[in-house]
Design a protein around this ligand. Structure first.
Ligand SMILES: [Fe+2]
Ligand SMILES: [Fe+2]
Length: 193
């Protein structure tokens, strides 16, 4: 089995029960990271590996998953025989990927991965994930009257602090969808549609 296939398998195994940060999320973040990375001339191998593994710490310690994730990733990649520089590079990308904790991304690859993860906060995918996340962490009760506020909080999460033009583009379209969805939702809630 090729290393990357093993990494896919490890990601799938380790993110079972991770709901909104499961393997489906890791796979999509990887695709977006490669899309952004291609345009930026970034190290695509590092982006693919880091994208697949960036949230493996979530089932163990959600609030500090980037820290435990970086630790786990070092072990996984060393075990698979990757050289030390690559292991350090990917571990650092995992450690800096979160917009809500951990060190700031500094290298191009660190910035691209953080941007790719941000894209998943908005759009139809972001809304689906946001509802699940909110219900899991207790910030959303499931009351549809409170959904417009949840949508606003998703939009706020991606305002500012983006590193690449491609991510800004993707996010702009997804935020537009959320605004339209919210307008429709409010109409329905007011009995106007
Ligand atoms: Fe994360
Ligand atoms: Fe993520």
């Amino acid at each position: 089995m090729k290393e990357i296939d093993r990494i896919r398998e490890i990601s799938r195994q380790m993110s079972q029960n991770a709901t909104f940060a499961g393997y489906d999320h890791a796979r999509r973040v990887t695709q977006v990271a490669l899309d952004i990375g291609r345009g930026e001339g970034a190290d695509l191998e590092a982006l693919e590996v880091a994208g697949l593994l960036h949230d493996v710490g979530v089932p163990l310690d959600k609030p500090r998953h980037y820290e435990i994730g970086a630790f786990l990733v070092k072990g996984i990649l060393t075990e698979l025989g990757y050289d030390r520089d690559f292991v350090e590079k990917v571990a650092r990308m995992v450690e800096t990927h979160s917009r809500y904790g951990g060190p700031e991304p500094e290298t191009l690859e660190e910035k691209v991965l953080q941007d790719a993860d941000a894209v998943e906060y908005v759009g139809a995918i972001g809304l689906a994930r946001g509802i699940v996340r909110g219900m899991e962490n207790g910030s959303y009760t499931g009351n549809v009257d409170e959904l417009p506020a949840l949508i606003d909080s998703l939009t706020k999460q991606v305002s500012g602090n983006l590193h690449t033009e491609r991510a800004r583009e993707l996010i702009e379209g997804r935020v537009r969808f959320l605004q339209e969805f919210k307008e429709r939702l409010e109409k329905e809630l007011h009995g106007e549609a």
